[in-house]
Design a protein around this ligand. Structure first.
Ligand code: NAG
Ligand code: NAG
Ligand code: NAG
Ligand code: FE2
Length: 427
């Protein structure tokens, strides 16, 4: 309501020709998503989400409060006799909190671009879920949103994302904002389930996933690694904090801003090897996601080592590999840079985009460095999400959708060309 009032104010101001900065809406309250009333609190599957494993398999993850079998029954139609697969179950404790049973089951091989139906546990859950596998080739549509949180703004962002007919969601860190209160991870899992059980959600970590408390809980990423275990082994990574995968003709690299990244680190060595394996004939597009942005003209999160030290360490690698776009979160706003390298516009550099505007409880980062650096093309502190529609091997359309009140409005739109089309930038 308040946000609508503010937009009307701006329209009025516009009519009278008075110059007034657009006042952005306030953060919204944290929501808590309970189990449905008819669910059995002990045995009902909850917090279902899926992630792609290799090109042909899907990992199904869910939680039950008490021990139940890690079995998924699945079929390409509701009537078909189901295949089944079994997996593993884990749990974790954090201070006095004891997690439920976290089940991970990899199913497949699956056909591309196909709707599958599935039930969880044994006997199979009464709830039937479904997901669609990603297409085998272009076009391919990513939804991209960082710093999601769980507020009424998050809910509005998720409604827009759900309506976008995306194939896969990419999240550059800061998921639940549980911030050590573990029940909030459960609530977050229930909040995102309607989307995350239907399309693969591929995530990397942000600072809110660390959750260490001096003396009391020194192990970082306990909840994140247990609940959002990504297919890192498949890309030769030894850590859930960085990994890569191919989808259709896109190679996606998920980096870890909150683990070692200097040139002696395991992550750095893994990245060198991963980039060497990229075949641009097979995957003409190369994307990178990380949390703390290397390019940022917002006053928030300037001069953090995770930004400038990681950039100093790894920017050359990404430049030599002709990475198309680097997506970051952390700053709660939207910003798009032109292709850059070492702080200067460069046709062979990567486009840098900050998309930390999912809707978390901390609110927006609305102060910008003045004047705007020339390499920053578009910047705005609003909640929203991005869609990268990879149309074919050479063209991809990026749109940023602002949550104007509760409607998604395209505020920034641009076509990207792959480096193979840029003179003198061939890989
Ligand atoms: C399911 O399996 C049963 C028993 O093997 C068989 O009679 C039936 O035709 C199968 N149904 C489908 C849809 O494949
Ligand atoms: C969903 O998308 C359609 C167009 O694709 C649009 O007309 C409709 O308003 C959208 N609904 C919501 C809730 O955003
Ligand atoms: C790729 O898509 C762009 C934008 O739609 C189009 O102009 C171009 O002709 C397409 N290229 C091929 C090879 O189809
Ligand atoms: Fe962050």
């Amino acid at each position: 309501m308040e946000a609508r009032w503010l937009s009307e104010l701006v329209i009025l101001v516009g009519l009278f020709g008075v110059v007034l900065a657009y006042r952005r809406p306030l953060p919204r309250r944290t929501i808590s998503v309970p189990l449905p009333m008819d669910a059995d609190p002990d045995t009902s599957p909850q917090q279902v989400h899926i992630s792609q494993v290799g090109q042909n398999n899907m990992k199904i993850s869910w939680i039950t409060q008490s021990p139940t079998p890690a079995i998924v029954h699945y079929a390409p139609s509701p009537q078909a006799n189901a295949s089944f697969a079994t997996g593993s179950t884990s749990s974790y404790s954090y201070l006095a909190y004891q997690s439920g049973q976290i089940h991970d089951v990899v199913i497949g091989p699956l056909n591309p671009n196909t709707l599958y139906y599935y039930r969880l546990g044994d006997p199979p859950s009464s709830t039937q879920y479904s997901f669609k596998t990603t297409p085998p080739s272009f076009p391919l549509k990513f939804a991209i949103v960082g710093d999601l949180g769980q507020t009424d703004w998050t809910r509005s962002t998720l409604q827009h994302v759900a309506n976008s007919s995306y194939d896969m969601l990419l999240l550059p860190g800061d998921l639940s904002y549980a911030d050590t209160v573990q029940d909030r991870w459960d609530s977050y899992g229930r909040l995102v389930e309607p989307l995350a059980s239907q399309r693969p959600w591929m995530v990397t970590q942000g600072n809110h996933e660390i959750e260490t408390i001096p003396v009391l809980h020194s192990q970082p990423f306990t909840a994140y690694n247990a609940r959002w275990r990504m297919p890192f082994e498949q890309s030769g990574s030894d850590s859930n904090l960085y990994y890569s995968f191919d989808v259709a003709g896109v190679h996606v690299i998920m980096l870890g801003s909150y683990t070692d990244f200097d040139s002696d680190s395991a992550q750095y060595k893994w990245l060198v090897g991963d980039l060497q394996k990229v075949d641009r004939n097979k995957t003409p597009w190369l994307l990178v996601l990380l949390h703390a942005p290397w390019y940022n003209s917002n006053t928030a999160h300037q001069n953090e080592p995770q930004s400038y030290d990681m950039k100093a360490s790894m920017e050359d690698l990404l430049y030599q590999a002709r990475v198309d776009v680097v997506f970051a979160g952390h700053v709660h706003a939207y910003e798009r840079f032109t292709r850059v390298y070492k702080d200067k516009a460069d046709n062979c550099g990567s486009v840098y985009i900050t998309i930390g505007d999912g809707g978390n409880r901390e609110g927006l980062a609305s102060k910008y460095i003045d004047p705007k650096p020339e390499i920053s093309v578009f910047r705005e502190a609003s909640f929203g999400h991005g869609i990268l529609d990879v149309v074919n091997a050479t063209h991809a359309q990026w749109t940023w959708h602002r949550n104007d009140d509760d409607e998604a409005v395209v505020a920034d739109s641009v076509w990207f060309n792959s480096p193979s089309t840029v003179p003198n930038c061939k890989v």
